[in-house]
Design a protein around this ligand. Structure first.
Ligand SMILES: NC(=O)c1ccc[n+]([C@@H]2O[C@H](COP(=O)([O-])OP(=O)(O)OC[C@H]3O[C@@H](n4cnc5c(N)ncnc54)[C@H](OP(=O)(O)O)[C@@H]3O)[C@@H](O)[C@H]2O)c1
Ligand SMILES: *[C@@H]1O[C@H](CO)[C@@H](O)[C@H](O)[C@H]1NC(C)=O
Length: 319
């Protein structure tokens, strides 16, 4: 099916429609056997990603979804049947700002009379590690927004994103090229430590669509979008098999990792965030619910991702 303009079809308002998660949601809705009207938000409706949405039949609305802009934010959610919400911590690295914006989005969807909200949350590592690791701000803020949404009175579903496969293209997870043409990745985690991995543009939206299309909207439930729990050791091994390059993992000291984060110019609280996250992974893992049976055959593993990806830029050192 395609995205429709038919007023009898449910209207899904999608935050971050020009980005990884929201874009994946829009494409999954466009691929559904059901019909939807889709409204996508961006700050710049002239950018290529926004124009692609227009071609898909999305009603693209230019708006900045920030607290200073409350009235406009309320207005753009009007008449939405369901809302997909995501916040972008990395744009400003301010947990309080992320929480305030997440709450604003929930309030606006509620005021619009939405029948349900699907939110991209993450678990609290303070809770998960019994208070041992308190600085994982980019998870913590999202868990606070989830708690707010659960008490909003609007049916509320959390569809968490696993670790993006594309993270391995950039700092601090990208392996670096050695003089002999091989690639080495140094992180402070054990080689056997695993994390849930997701091919975000291809697969995230499928989980959101799944939740949306269940017979009863799964209020209160938590899903996680990923294909497998995979160790860093396996990631590098399968990357090598897919590309014919040599990859090697070295576990570096926590001090050395910290120095690298600082040398890259990360603000001190983000250095703490990454330090705590990597330590918590090693000791406590990253908790995710199992994948719904119906989605198991639809998601891309790391090996699939490594094979499907065009690595030319990466190996040329330009990306
Ligand atoms: N990397 C990972 O492994 C991982 C895993 C789980 C969760 N996450 C979380 O994923 C989130 C980012 O999601 P993503 O990857 O989909 O982001 P992304 O691809 O960087 O796109 C960000 C989207 O948010 C929109 N946006 C940002 N600020 C906005 C504002 N003030 N008003 C309106 N729209 C705004 C952008 O729209 P325009 O730019 O077009 O205006 C864009 O569509 C982060 O919070 C991160 O913590 C990441
Ligand atoms: C991934 O690991 C978690 C525990 O950390 C488990 O609950 C989940 O079922 C696992 N998922 C898969 C697909 O094996």
């Amino acid at each position: 099916m395609t995205i429709t303009q038919d007023p009898s079809a449910p209207l899904i308002a999608v935050v971050g429609a020009t980005g990884n998660q929201g874009g994946s949601v829009v494409r999954a809705l466009a691929d559904s056997t059901k019909s939807y009207r889709v409204r996508g938000f961006t700050r710049d409706s002239t950018k290529p990603a926004a124009q692609e949405l227009v071609k898909l039949g999305v009603e693209v609305i230019a708006v900045s979804l920030v607290v200073e802009n409350k009235e406009a934010v309320y207005r753009v959610f009007e008449a939405a049947t369901y809302a997909f919400l995501v916040t972008n911590f990395w744009e400003h690295v301010d947990m309080d700002k992320e929480v305030a914006e997440g709450k604003l989005l929930i309030d606006a969807a509620k005021a619009a009379g939405a029948s349900g909200i699907i939110w991209s949350g993450l678990p609290s590592f303070i809770k998960h590690t019994n208070g041992k690791y308190t600085h994982v701000y980019h998870f913590e803020g999202k868990s606070l927004i989830t708690a707010y949404g659960r008490h909003s009175g609007v049916p509320f579903v959390d569809v968490q994103a696993g670790s993006y496969a594309s993270n391995f293209r950039g700092f601090p997870f990208a392996p670096t090229k050695q003089a002999d043409g091989s690639y080495v990745l140094g992180l402070p985690t054990k080689p056997t430590t695993s994390a849930p991995i997701v091919d975000i543009p291809r697969d995230y939206g499928k989980f959101v669509r799944y939740a949306l299309e269940l017979e009863v909207f799964p209020d209160g439930q938590e899903f996680a979008a990923y294909s497998e729990n995979i160790s860093i050791e396996k990631i590098l091994e399968q990357w090598g098999q897919a590309t014919g390059k040599k990859f090697k993992y070295v576990q570096i000291s926590r001090e050395r990792f910290k120095q690298q984060l600082e040398a890259a110019g990360l603000p001190p609280h983000i250095v703490d965030d990454e330090m705590d996250l990597t330590a918590a992974f090693d000791e406590f893992g990253w908790p995710v619910p199992p994948i719904p049976e119906a989605l198991k055959s639809q998601v891309h593993t790391w090996a699939d991702y490594a094979k499907k990806t065009d690595w030319t830029d990466f190996f040329a050192g330009t990306k």
